[in-house]
Design a protein. Structure first.
Ligand SMILES: Nc1ncnc2c1ncn2[C@@H]1O[C@H](COP(=O)(O)OP(=O)(O)OP(=O)(O)O)[C@@H](O)[C@H]1O
Ligand SMILES: [Mg+2]
Length: 379
Protein backbone atom coordinates (compact mmCIF):
# COMPACT_ATOMS: atom_id res chain seq x y z
CA UNK A 1 0.00 0.00 0.00
CA UNK A 2 1.19 3.52 -0.77
CA UNK A 3 -0.04 6.26 1.57
CA UNK A 4 0.53 9.88 0.63
CA UNK A 5 -0.29 12.36 3.37
CA UNK A 6 -0.31 16.15 3.04
CA UNK A 7 2.53 16.05 0.53
CA UNK A 8 3.79 19.50 -0.46
CA UNK A 9 6.62 20.75 -2.66
CA UNK A 10 7.63 24.36 -3.06
CA UNK A 11 10.11 25.45 -5.74
CA UNK A 12 11.14 28.75 -4.20
CA UNK A 13 7.84 30.41 -3.46
CA UNK A 14 5.98 28.40 -6.16
CA UNK A 15 3.84 25.57 -4.77
CA UNK A 16 4.25 22.80 -7.39
CA UNK A 17 2.38 20.32 -5.17
CA UNK A 18 0.18 21.52 -2.35
CA UNK A 19 -1.06 19.35 0.50
CA UNK A 20 -2.10 16.29 -1.47
CA UNK A 21 -3.25 13.05 0.17
CA UNK A 22 -4.36 9.75 -1.31
CA UNK A 23 -3.72 6.03 -0.93
CA UNK A 24 -3.13 3.27 -3.43
CA UNK A 25 -4.20 -0.23 -2.45
CA UNK A 26 -2.29 -3.39 -3.26
CA UNK A 27 -2.80 -4.65 -6.83
CA UNK A 28 -4.50 -1.45 -7.81
CA UNK A 29 -3.78 0.47 -11.02
CA UNK A 30 -4.19 4.14 -10.23
CA UNK A 31 -4.24 6.74 -12.99
CA UNK A 32 -2.64 10.04 -12.09
CA UNK A 33 -4.28 12.50 -14.39
CA UNK A 34 -3.54 16.16 -14.92
CA UNK A 35 -2.69 18.76 -17.54
CA UNK A 36 0.87 19.96 -18.25
CA UNK A 37 2.47 21.50 -15.19
CA UNK A 38 -0.12 20.00 -12.81
CA UNK A 39 2.52 18.48 -10.53
CA UNK A 40 2.46 14.84 -11.65
CA UNK A 41 6.20 14.36 -12.12
CA UNK A 42 6.98 16.34 -8.96
CA UNK A 43 4.68 14.03 -6.96
CA UNK A 44 6.17 10.89 -8.51
CA UNK A 45 9.69 12.11 -7.84
CA UNK A 46 8.74 12.59 -4.19
CA UNK A 47 7.05 9.17 -3.91
CA UNK A 48 10.17 7.48 -5.28
CA UNK A 49 12.57 9.46 -3.13
CA UNK A 50 14.22 11.27 -6.08
CA UNK A 51 13.09 14.62 -4.72
CA UNK A 52 12.73 15.62 -1.07
CA UNK A 53 9.28 16.88 -0.07
CA UNK A 54 8.91 20.30 1.53
CA UNK A 55 6.47 18.69 3.96
CA UNK A 56 4.18 15.69 4.26
CA UNK A 57 4.86 11.96 4.22
CA UNK A 58 5.01 9.04 1.80
CA UNK A 59 4.64 5.56 3.27
CA UNK A 60 5.29 2.54 1.08
CA UNK A 61 4.23 -0.69 2.77
CA UNK A 62 4.53 1.26 6.01
CA UNK A 63 8.09 2.49 5.32
CA UNK A 64 8.60 6.26 5.33
CA UNK A 65 10.56 7.48 2.29
CA UNK A 66 12.28 10.12 4.45
CA UNK A 67 13.35 7.64 7.15
CA UNK A 68 13.83 4.34 5.29
CA UNK A 69 14.62 5.32 1.70
CA UNK A 70 16.38 2.02 0.95
CA UNK A 71 13.41 -0.08 2.07
CA UNK A 72 11.12 2.04 -0.09
CA UNK A 73 13.39 2.07 -3.16
CA UNK A 74 13.74 -1.73 -3.00
CA UNK A 75 9.97 -2.00 -3.41
CA UNK A 76 9.62 0.50 -6.24
CA UNK A 77 10.35 0.33 -9.96
CA UNK A 78 10.33 3.83 -11.41
CA UNK A 79 10.03 4.93 -15.00
CA UNK A 80 10.71 8.66 -14.83
CA UNK A 81 9.62 11.19 -17.45
CA UNK A 82 13.11 11.02 -18.98
CA UNK A 83 14.42 7.47 -18.45
CA UNK A 84 18.02 7.61 -17.17
CA UNK A 85 19.44 5.34 -19.84
CA UNK A 86 23.13 5.50 -20.79
CA UNK A 87 23.23 6.32 -24.51
CA UNK A 88 26.67 4.77 -25.05
CA UNK A 89 25.76 1.34 -23.69
CA UNK A 90 24.16 -1.57 -25.47
CA UNK A 91 20.64 -2.46 -24.35
CA UNK A 92 21.49 -5.80 -22.76
CA UNK A 93 24.68 -4.54 -21.08
CA UNK A 94 22.81 -1.59 -19.67
CA UNK A 95 20.02 -3.76 -18.25
CA UNK A 96 22.61 -6.13 -16.73
CA UNK A 97 24.35 -3.16 -15.17
CA UNK A 98 21.02 -1.78 -13.87
CA UNK A 99 20.14 -5.19 -12.40
CA UNK A 100 23.43 -5.05 -10.49
CA UNK A 101 22.61 -1.58 -9.16
CA UNK A 102 19.22 -2.86 -8.06
CA UNK A 103 20.97 -5.69 -6.18
CA UNK A 104 19.37 -8.46 -8.20
CA UNK A 105 21.30 -11.62 -7.13
CA UNK A 106 23.88 -12.59 -9.77
CA UNK A 107 22.25 -15.94 -10.45
CA UNK A 108 18.93 -14.28 -11.30
CA UNK A 109 20.18 -11.38 -13.41
CA UNK A 110 20.27 -13.12 -16.79
CA UNK A 111 16.74 -14.43 -16.47
CA UNK A 112 15.32 -11.16 -15.17
CA UNK A 113 16.95 -9.14 -17.95
CA UNK A 114 15.69 -11.59 -20.58
CA UNK A 115 12.17 -11.59 -19.14
CA UNK A 116 12.08 -7.79 -19.04
CA UNK A 117 13.35 -7.52 -22.63
CA UNK A 118 10.75 -10.02 -23.77
CA UNK A 119 7.92 -8.19 -22.00
CA UNK A 120 8.92 -4.90 -23.62
CA UNK A 121 9.63 -6.55 -26.97
CA UNK A 122 13.21 -5.31 -27.14
CA UNK A 123 14.98 -8.66 -27.36
CA UNK A 124 15.69 -7.96 -31.05
CA UNK A 125 17.57 -4.76 -30.24
CA UNK A 126 19.51 -6.12 -27.23
CA UNK A 127 22.89 -5.59 -28.96
CA UNK A 128 22.10 -2.08 -30.23
CA UNK A 129 23.64 1.07 -28.74
CA UNK A 130 20.88 2.82 -26.75
CA UNK A 131 21.73 6.24 -28.20
CA UNK A 132 20.96 4.94 -31.70
CA UNK A 133 17.50 3.69 -30.78
CA UNK A 134 14.31 5.58 -31.56
CA UNK A 135 12.65 7.50 -28.72
CA UNK A 136 9.96 4.86 -28.36
CA UNK A 137 12.53 2.08 -28.00
CA UNK A 138 14.55 4.08 -25.46
CA UNK A 139 11.31 4.47 -23.50
CA UNK A 140 10.89 0.70 -23.57
CA UNK A 141 14.43 0.17 -22.30
CA UNK A 142 13.60 2.51 -19.37
CA UNK A 143 10.41 0.55 -18.74
CA UNK A 144 12.33 -2.75 -18.81
CA UNK A 145 14.74 -1.32 -16.26
CA UNK A 146 11.82 -0.42 -13.96
CA UNK A 147 10.76 -4.09 -13.94
CA UNK A 148 14.17 -5.39 -12.79
CA UNK A 149 14.26 -6.63 -9.20
CA UNK A 150 10.53 -7.55 -9.40
CA UNK A 151 9.40 -4.50 -7.44
CA UNK A 152 5.98 -4.67 -5.84
CA UNK A 153 5.16 -1.11 -6.89
CA UNK A 154 5.58 0.41 -10.35
CA UNK A 155 5.54 4.17 -10.70
CA UNK A 156 5.32 5.10 -14.37
CA UNK A 157 5.51 8.73 -15.45
CA UNK A 158 3.76 9.04 -18.81
CA UNK A 159 4.82 5.56 -19.99
CA UNK A 160 3.35 5.99 -23.48
CA UNK A 161 4.97 9.32 -24.34
CA UNK A 162 6.83 9.11 -27.63
CA UNK A 163 5.25 5.83 -28.67
CA UNK A 164 3.39 5.26 -31.91
CA UNK A 165 -0.29 4.20 -31.71
CA UNK A 166 0.49 0.48 -32.01
CA UNK A 167 3.08 0.70 -29.26
CA UNK A 168 0.66 2.71 -27.09
CA UNK A 169 -1.85 -0.14 -27.27
CA UNK A 170 0.91 -2.65 -26.51
CA UNK A 171 1.98 -0.69 -23.43
CA UNK A 172 -1.63 -0.46 -22.24
CA UNK A 173 -1.89 -4.23 -22.50
CA UNK A 174 1.43 -4.56 -20.73
CA UNK A 175 0.18 -2.41 -17.83
CA UNK A 176 -2.95 -4.53 -17.60
CA UNK A 177 -0.79 -7.64 -17.62
CA UNK A 178 1.60 -6.26 -14.98
CA UNK A 179 -1.29 -5.29 -12.72
CA UNK A 180 -1.70 -8.97 -11.84
CA UNK A 181 1.59 -8.92 -9.89
CA UNK A 182 2.21 -5.22 -9.23
CA UNK A 183 0.58 -2.15 -7.75
CA UNK A 184 0.82 0.56 -10.39
CA UNK A 185 0.60 4.34 -10.35
CA UNK A 186 0.93 5.85 -13.78
CA UNK A 187 0.59 9.42 -14.87
CA UNK A 188 -0.87 10.65 -18.09
CA UNK A 189 -2.78 13.48 -19.63
CA UNK A 190 -4.33 11.12 -22.16
CA UNK A 191 -7.81 10.28 -20.96
CA UNK A 192 -8.24 7.18 -23.10
CA UNK A 193 -5.29 5.72 -21.25
CA UNK A 194 -6.87 5.84 -17.80
CA UNK A 195 -10.23 4.62 -19.02
CA UNK A 196 -8.52 1.69 -20.71
CA UNK A 197 -6.39 0.47 -17.83
CA UNK A 198 -7.57 1.67 -14.46
CA UNK A 199 -10.64 1.91 -12.34
CA UNK A 200 -9.63 4.69 -9.98
CA UNK A 201 -8.02 8.02 -10.81
CA UNK A 202 -6.54 11.00 -9.04
CA UNK A 203 -7.10 14.24 -10.93
CA UNK A 204 -4.54 16.91 -10.10
CA UNK A 205 -4.34 20.50 -11.29
CA UNK A 206 -2.06 23.36 -10.23
CA UNK A 207 -0.59 21.13 -7.52
CA UNK A 208 -3.91 20.38 -5.90
CA UNK A 209 -6.16 17.35 -6.01
CA UNK A 210 -9.48 17.91 -7.75
CA UNK A 211 -10.85 14.38 -7.47
CA UNK A 212 -9.90 10.92 -6.18
CA UNK A 213 -12.49 8.38 -7.21
CA UNK A 214 -13.52 5.70 -9.65
CA UNK A 215 -13.97 6.84 -13.23
CA UNK A 216 -17.69 6.00 -13.01
CA UNK A 217 -18.16 8.19 -9.91
CA UNK A 218 -16.19 11.10 -11.35
CA UNK A 219 -18.25 10.98 -14.51
CA UNK A 220 -21.46 10.77 -12.50
CA UNK A 221 -20.46 13.67 -10.25
CA UNK A 222 -20.17 16.07 -13.18
CA UNK A 223 -22.80 14.60 -15.45
CA UNK A 224 -25.76 15.90 -13.45
CA UNK A 225 -28.89 14.83 -15.27
CA UNK A 226 -29.02 12.48 -18.14
CA UNK A 227 -29.89 13.61 -21.64
CA UNK A 228 -31.57 11.77 -24.46
CA UNK A 229 -30.93 12.68 -28.06
CA UNK A 230 -33.92 11.70 -30.16
CA UNK A 231 -34.99 11.90 -33.78
CA UNK A 232 -38.74 11.67 -34.16
CA UNK A 233 -40.96 11.71 -37.23
CA UNK A 234 -44.26 13.53 -36.68
CA UNK A 235 -45.89 16.91 -36.34
CA UNK A 236 -43.64 19.02 -34.13
CA UNK A 237 -46.22 20.31 -31.63
CA UNK A 238 -47.76 16.89 -31.22
CA UNK A 239 -44.36 15.26 -30.60
CA UNK A 240 -43.33 18.03 -28.19
CA UNK A 241 -46.49 17.58 -26.12
CA UNK A 242 -46.10 13.82 -25.94
CA UNK A 243 -42.48 14.14 -24.81
CA UNK A 244 -43.36 16.79 -22.24
CA UNK A 245 -46.22 14.69 -20.90
CA UNK A 246 -44.13 11.56 -20.30
CA UNK A 247 -43.25 10.86 -16.69
CA UNK A 248 -39.55 11.26 -15.95
CA UNK A 249 -39.00 13.92 -18.62
CA UNK A 250 -37.66 17.06 -16.97
CA UNK A 251 -37.19 19.44 -19.85
CA UNK A 252 -36.89 19.68 -23.62
CA UNK A 253 -33.61 21.55 -23.95
CA UNK A 254 -33.35 21.82 -27.70
CA UNK A 255 -35.45 21.15 -30.78
CA UNK A 256 -33.80 21.10 -34.18
CA UNK A 257 -35.43 20.80 -37.58
CA UNK A 258 -33.78 17.86 -39.31
CA UNK A 259 -35.57 17.06 -42.56
CA UNK A 260 -39.17 17.11 -43.74
CA UNK A 261 -41.33 15.88 -40.87
CA UNK A 262 -38.32 14.79 -38.78
CA UNK A 263 -37.08 16.76 -35.76
CA UNK A 264 -34.24 16.21 -33.31
CA UNK A 265 -34.88 16.70 -29.59
CA UNK A 266 -32.45 16.97 -26.67
CA UNK A 267 -34.40 15.94 -23.63
CA UNK A 268 -33.26 16.11 -20.00
CA UNK A 269 -34.54 13.04 -18.15
CA UNK A 270 -34.39 11.58 -14.64
CA UNK A 271 -33.00 8.22 -15.76
CA UNK A 272 -32.38 5.94 -18.72
CA UNK A 273 -35.61 4.10 -17.87
CA UNK A 274 -37.64 6.96 -19.41
CA UNK A 275 -36.75 5.68 -22.87
CA UNK A 276 -39.36 2.87 -22.85
CA UNK A 277 -42.48 4.89 -21.85
CA UNK A 278 -41.32 7.68 -24.15
CA UNK A 279 -41.13 5.38 -27.14
CA UNK A 280 -44.44 3.69 -26.30
CA UNK A 281 -46.22 7.05 -25.94
CA UNK A 282 -44.87 8.32 -29.26
CA UNK A 283 -45.62 5.12 -31.17
CA UNK A 284 -49.17 5.03 -29.75
CA UNK A 285 -49.72 8.40 -31.43
CA UNK A 286 -48.14 7.27 -34.73
CA UNK A 287 -44.94 9.24 -34.21
CA UNK A 288 -41.96 7.19 -35.38
CA UNK A 289 -38.86 7.23 -33.19
CA UNK A 290 -35.99 7.01 -35.66
CA UNK A 291 -33.18 7.34 -33.14
CA UNK A 292 -32.81 7.48 -29.37
CA UNK A 293 -29.52 7.60 -27.48
CA UNK A 294 -28.59 8.55 -23.94
CA UNK A 295 -25.71 10.92 -23.43
CA UNK A 296 -23.63 10.87 -20.25
CA UNK A 297 -20.81 13.23 -19.37
CA UNK A 298 -17.54 11.54 -20.23
CA UNK A 299 -14.35 11.51 -18.19
CA UNK A 300 -13.14 14.01 -20.76
CA UNK A 301 -15.85 16.50 -19.77
CA UNK A 302 -15.12 15.82 -16.09
CA UNK A 303 -11.42 16.45 -16.68
CA UNK A 304 -12.07 19.75 -18.43
CA UNK A 305 -14.54 20.81 -15.75
CA UNK A 306 -12.21 19.87 -12.90
CA UNK A 307 -9.03 21.33 -14.32
CA UNK A 308 -10.04 24.46 -16.21
CA UNK A 309 -11.70 27.53 -14.75
CA UNK A 310 -14.92 28.16 -16.66
CA UNK A 311 -15.15 31.23 -18.90
CA UNK A 312 -17.87 32.45 -16.52
CA UNK A 313 -15.51 32.20 -13.53
CA UNK A 314 -12.64 33.96 -15.28
CA UNK A 315 -14.75 36.85 -16.46
CA UNK A 316 -16.35 37.15 -13.01
CA UNK A 317 -12.88 37.29 -11.46
CA UNK A 318 -11.72 39.86 -14.01
CA UNK A 319 -14.80 41.97 -13.40
CA UNK A 320 -14.28 41.83 -9.62
CA UNK A 321 -10.67 42.97 -10.05
CA UNK A 322 -11.82 45.79 -12.30
CA UNK A 323 -14.40 46.83 -9.67
CA UNK A 324 -11.68 46.95 -7.02
CA UNK A 325 -9.49 49.03 -9.32
CA UNK A 326 -12.35 51.45 -9.97
CA UNK A 327 -13.20 51.80 -6.27
CA UNK A 328 -9.59 52.65 -5.50
CA UNK A 329 -9.50 55.14 -8.38
CA UNK A 330 -12.76 56.79 -7.26
CA UNK A 331 -11.49 57.15 -3.69
CA UNK A 332 -8.27 58.65 -5.00
CA UNK A 333 -10.21 61.11 -7.17
CA UNK A 334 -12.43 62.15 -4.26
CA UNK A 335 -9.46 62.59 -1.98
CA UNK A 336 -7.69 64.67 -4.65
CA UNK A 337 -10.80 66.84 -5.20
CA UNK A 338 -11.25 67.39 -1.47
CA UNK A 339 -7.65 68.40 -1.13
CA UNK A 340 -7.92 70.73 -4.13
CA UNK A 341 -10.99 72.55 -2.78
CA UNK A 342 -9.28 72.92 0.60
CA UNK A 343 -6.21 74.32 -1.14
CA UNK A 344 -8.39 76.74 -3.19
CA UNK A 345 -10.03 77.93 -0.01
CA UNK A 346 -6.62 78.54 1.50
CA UNK A 347 -5.61 80.21 -1.78
CA UNK A 348 -2.26 78.46 -1.49
CA UNK A 349 -2.29 75.03 -3.24
CA UNK A 350 0.40 72.44 -2.53
CA UNK A 351 0.42 69.94 -5.43
CA UNK A 352 2.53 67.50 -3.43
CA UNK A 353 -0.26 66.99 -0.93
CA UNK A 354 -2.74 66.22 -3.73
CA UNK A 355 -0.57 63.37 -4.99
CA UNK A 356 -0.01 62.03 -1.48
CA UNK A 357 -3.77 62.01 -0.76
CA UNK A 358 -4.48 60.18 -4.00
CA UNK A 359 -1.80 57.58 -3.38
CA UNK A 360 -2.82 56.98 0.21
CA UNK A 361 -6.36 56.27 -1.02
CA UNK A 362 -5.01 53.19 -2.83
CA UNK A 363 -4.17 54.33 -6.39
CA UNK A 364 -2.25 57.04 -8.14
CA UNK A 365 -4.56 59.90 -9.17
CA UNK A 366 -3.70 59.68 -12.87
CA UNK A 367 -4.85 56.04 -13.06
CA UNK A 368 -8.46 56.89 -12.33
CA UNK A 369 -9.31 57.68 -15.94
CA UNK A 370 -8.02 54.31 -17.17
CA UNK A 371 -10.20 52.32 -14.74
CA UNK A 372 -13.33 54.10 -15.91
CA UNK A 373 -12.63 53.50 -19.58
CA UNK A 374 -12.13 49.80 -19.02
CA UNK A 375 -15.44 49.30 -17.26
CA UNK A 376 -17.19 51.44 -19.86
CA UNK A 377 -15.59 49.30 -22.53
CA UNK A 378 -16.80 46.06 -20.93
CA UNK A 379 -20.39 47.17 -20.87
N1 LIG B 1 13.06 22.04 -10.91
C1 LIG B 1 12.04 22.90 -10.93
N2 LIG B 1 12.23 24.19 -10.55
C2 LIG B 1 11.20 25.08 -10.54
N3 LIG B 1 9.94 24.79 -10.90
C3 LIG B 1 9.70 23.52 -11.29
C4 LIG B 1 10.72 22.52 -11.33
N4 LIG B 1 10.18 21.36 -11.75
C5 LIG B 1 8.87 21.62 -11.97
N5 LIG B 1 8.58 22.89 -11.69
C6 LIG B 1 7.24 23.54 -11.77
O1 LIG B 1 6.36 22.80 -10.94
C7 LIG B 1 5.09 22.65 -11.57
C8 LIG B 1 4.75 21.18 -11.70
O2 LIG B 1 5.63 20.60 -12.64
P1 LIG B 1 5.60 19.05 -12.99
O3 LIG B 1 6.75 18.76 -13.89
O4 LIG B 1 5.50 18.25 -11.74
O5 LIG B 1 4.22 18.96 -13.80
P2 LIG B 1 3.64 17.73 -14.64
O6 LIG B 1 2.24 17.53 -14.20
O7 LIG B 1 4.54 16.56 -14.58
O8 LIG B 1 3.61 18.33 -16.11
P3 LIG B 1 3.85 17.60 -17.55
O9 LIG B 1 2.53 16.96 -17.92
O10 LIG B 1 4.18 18.73 -18.46
O11 LIG B 1 4.95 16.60 -17.42
C9 LIG B 1 5.18 23.39 -12.88
O12 LIG B 1 4.64 24.68 -12.67
C10 LIG B 1 6.66 23.45 -13.18
O13 LIG B 1 6.99 24.59 -13.93
MG1 LIG C 1 5.59 15.49 -15.97
Amino acid sequence: MVEIKNLTKYYGSHPAVLDISFTVGDHEVLGFLGPNGAGKSTTMNMITGCLPATSGTVLVDGYDIAKDPMEVKRRIGYLPELPPVYPDMRVRDYLNFAAGLKRVPRGERKKQVEDAMERLKITDVQRRIIGNLSKGYRQRVGFAMALLGSPKFLILDEPTVGLDPTQVIEVRHLIQDLSRDHTIIFSTHILAEVTAVCERVVIINKGQIRAVDTIANIEASVSGDLRLKMKVEGEIMKVTNIIKGTQGVQEIEEVEYDSVGVNSFTVRVASDDVRKPLMSALLAEDCMVLEIASEKASLEEAFVKLTAPTAKQSSAEAFEALGREMDAAREAEEAAAAEESRSDADAAGEPKKTEQAAESAGAPAQKSGRGKQKKGGKH
